[in-house]
Write a protein that binds this ligand. Structure first.
Ligand code: F6P
Length: 549
C-alpha cells in the first residue's frame, strides 16, 4: 500500500491478472498463433498518419491486449495524458507543465499555462526563426566581413544536440547542400577542432543551443568557438553576426556576450529531450528551410491528435507503450532495440536513448517511494543491415529476450541514382526477412531436411519467437519524421504513467556534474579534494603522472 492508502502498482488486480495470464500463456509459439488465426497479419496492424504499424509478431493474444489496456485504465494513463495536453504541472518534482505538444499546436489553438495562452508566443518564435533561417539561406544575413554564411555549427549537448543532429541526418535529402551544417557536443576539444578545422570563420555561424545556458560542456565549447572566431576576425563586434543563442535563459545569454536580439526563446515547460521542434531546431530549420520544418511540425501534430483522441484499441503510442510493459514487467526483458532500415536514420536510436532512458530511467515513483517493478529499458540499436553483420546473432540465438522495432520505407529517397534506387528492394528484403526469421525461426526438422549433419542441427536451429514491431511508411519526409518522433514521445509517456514515475525530470544526471566540478582542480592543480575515495585518488594520481604534472 501507498501512504495514501492506494494499492501499489504490482499489487493491483490488473497487474496480478497480467502476471497470471503470463503464467497461463507459458511459452508462446508465434507459429501456433499464426496457424490459429490466419487473419493475424492484417488484424494485428494499425495505421496512424503515414505509418503502418504491424504488431502481429508479438507474444500476445487478444486477451493480453485487453488486460494491458485495463492496466492503462487503472493507472489513469488517459487522465494524465489529458492533464499534460491541458498544460497542468505534471512534472511534479520540478513543478512544471509538460507542453512539447504546444510547440506544434496550430496558430489558433489555445493552451494555457498559469492562465496565459502560450500558443501565440510559440508561433512568434517560429516566425522569427523562419525569418532568420530565410535570411541565412538567401545570403541576406552576411558575416562580419560581408561574406555569405556558408557554415552553421550547432553547439549544444543532450537534448540541445541529439534532436537537431538526428533530424538533420534524417532529412539530409531535404537540406540546402551548399550549406555545411555540423553539430558539436563533446567537451573533448577534438569535437570542436574537427568541426571547425576546415571552415572559414568569416563564413561561419555558431548556434549556441542550451535550455539553461549553464551547461558546462556547451558554455566551454561556445567560449572556445568565440576565441576561434575572434582570433581570425579580430573584432568583438563580429560576435553579433556570428553567434545566435537558443535558450530559456536570457540573463545567461547576455552574460555570455550574445545580444538577446539574436536569441530564440523557448520555455521551461519544454523538456530538453522534447525540444528539437522548438527554437532548439534552428540549425535544422536553416538546413531544410522553414516550410519543411513546418511540415515536420504537422507530422508531430498528427500523432499528438491521434494519441489524444484515438480509442484505446487503435491508439498506436498506447499500444507500443503497453507492449514495452508486457516485455519489461512480465517477461523480464531488459532492453529494447530500435533498428531502422534507412541510412538516414543512423542517429535515430541515439536520439531515442535520451528520450526514453533519461525519461524513464527512474527507481523512485511520483509518490516518492522506490518502485518494486522494472522501469525503462536499455534502448539501443543501429541501422539494421549493419547490425545484421554484427549483433543480430545474439538477438537470434542468444539467451536474452530483446523486443525490437523495425522501421523501414517503401521508397528510396528521390535524389538517388537509378542504380542506387534499385538497391532498395534488397535493403527491404532484408528488413522483411529478419522479422520473419526472428518470429518463426527454423525448426530442427527443417534443418535436418536440408541435409545438415545431426551434430550441427542444434547450432543451425533458430528457436524464433523473438518479438518485433514493424513500422513501415511510403517515404521518409519531414512529416513522417515528426510522426515517428511523436510516436516515441507518447510511447515513453504511456510507460512512465503506468510505472508511476515522473518522466520529465532528470535528477540522476546531477551528481556526476557536481563531482566533475569538484575533481577538476585535482587534475589541473593537484589540489587536495576532501573526501575523494581511494580509487579515484589513485586514478587522478596516475593521470597527473601520465601528463607529466
Ligand atoms: O544533463 C542532462 C541535461 O540536462 C539534459 O536533460 C539536457 O538535454 C542537456 O543536459 C542539455 O541541457 P541544456 O540544454 O540546458 O544545455
Amino acid at each position: 500500500m501507498n501512504a495514501d492508502g492506494r494499492t501499489r502498482l504490482h499489487q493491483t488486480p490488473e497487474w496480478t491478472a497480467l502476471a497470471k495470464h503470463r503464467e497461463e500463456l507459458g511459452e508462446v509459439r508465434l507459429r501456433e498463433l499464426f496457424a490459429a488465426d490466419p487473419g493475424r497479419g492484417t488484424g494485428y496492424a494499425l495505421r496512424v498518419g503515414d505509418l503502418y504499424v504491424d504488431y502481429s509478431k508479438h507474444l500476445i493474444t487478444d486477451e493480453t491486449l485487453r488486460l494491458l489496456r485495463e492496466l492503462a485504465v487503472a493507472t489513469d494513463v488517459f487522465g494524465l495524458r489529458d492533464a499534460m495536453f491541458r498544460g497542468e504541472r505534471i512534472n511534479t518534482t520540478e513543478d512544471r507543465a509538460v507542453l512539447h505538444t504546444a510547440l506544434r499546436a496550430p496558430r489558433d489553438a489555445v493552451i494555457e499555462v498559469d492562465g496565459e495562452n502560450v500558443v501565440p508566443a510559440v508561433h512568434a518564435v517560429l516566425d522569427r526563426m523562419a525569418d532568420f533561417a530565410g535570411r541565412i539561406r538567401s545570403g541576406e544575413w552576411a558575416g562580419h566581413t560581408g561574406k555569405r554564411i556558408r557554415n552553421v555549427v550547432n553547439i549544444g549537448i543532450g537534448g540541445s544536440d541529439l534532436g537537431p543532429a538526428m533530424a538533420y541526418e534524417v532529412l539530409r535529402a531535404f537540406t540546402d547542400r551548399d550549406l555545411t551544417v555540423r553539430f558539436v557536443s563533446n567537451v573533448d576539444g577534438a569535437d570542436l577542432h574537427e568541426a571547425t578545422r576546415d571552415l572559414d570563420p568569416s563564413e561561419t555561424l555558431f548556434v549556441i543551443a542550451s535550455k539553461t545556458f549553464t551547461t558546462i560542456e556547451t558554455v566551454t565549447n561556445a567560449t572556445s568557438a568565440r576565441t576561434w572566431l575572434l582570433n581570425a576576425l579580430g573584432d568583438e563586434e563580429a560576435v553579433a553576426r556570428h553567434f545566435v543563442a537558443l535558450s530559456t535563459n536570457a540573463g545567461k545569454v547576455a552574460e555570455f556576450g550574445i545580444d538577446t536580439a539574436n536569441m530564440f526563446e523557448f520555455w521551461d515547460w519544454v523538456g530538453g529531450r522534447y525540444s528539437y521542434d522548438s527554437a532548439i531546431g534552428l540549425s535544422l530549420m536553416i538546413a531544410i528551410g522553414p516550410e519543411r520544418f513546418r511540415e515536420m511540425l504537422d507530422g508531430f501534430r498528427l500523432v499528438d491528435e491521434h494519441f489524444r483522441t484515438a480509442p484505446a484499441e487503435s491508439n498506436v503510442p498506447l499500444l507500443l507503450g503497453l507492449l514495452g510493459v508486457w516485455y519489461g514487467n512480465f517477461h523480464d526483458a531488459q532492453s529494447h532495440a530500435v533498428l531502422p532500415y534507412s541510412h538516414y536514420l543512423s542517429k535515430f536510436t541515439a536520439y531515442l536513448q535520451q528520450l526514453d532512458m533519461e525519461s524513464n530511467g527512474k527507481y523512485v515513483g511520483r509518490d516518492g517511494r522506490e518502485v518494486e517493478w522494472q522501469t525503462g529499458p536499455v534502448v539501443w540499436g543501429t541501422p539494421g543491415t549493419n547490425g545484421q553483420h554484427a549483433y543480430y546473432q545474439l538477438i537470434h540465438q542468444g539467451t536474452k529476450l530483446i523486443p525490437a522495432d523495425f522501421i523501414g520505407f517503401a521508397e528510396p529517397v528521390a535524389e538517388l541514382s537509378d542504380e542506387l534506387k534499385a538497391q532498395h528492394d534488397l535493403l527491404m528484403a532484408n528488413f522483411f526477412a529478419q522479422t520473419q526469421a526472428l518470429a518463426f525461426g527454423k525448426t530442427p526438422d527443417e534443418v535436418r531436411g536440408e541435409g545438415v549433419p545431426e551434430e550441427l542441427v542444434p547450432h543451425r536451429t533458430f528457436k524464433g519467437d523473438h518479438p518485433t514491431t514493424t513500422v513501415l511508411a511510403r517515404e521518409l519526409t519531414p512529416s513522417v519524421l515528426g510522426q515517428l518522433v511523436a510516436l516515441y514521445e507518447h510511447k515513453v509517456f504511456v510507460q512512465g504513467a503506468i510505472w508511476g514515475i515522473d518522466s520529465f525530470d532528470q535528477w540522476g544526471v546531477e551528481l556526476g556534474k557536481v563531482l566533475a566540478k569538484r575533481v577538476e582542480p585535482a587534475l589541473t592543480e593537484g589540489a587536495d579534494v576532501p573526501g575523494l575515495d581511494a580509487s579515484t585518488q589513485a586514478l587522478v594520481a596516475a593521470y597527473r603522472e601520465l601528463r607529466g604534472r
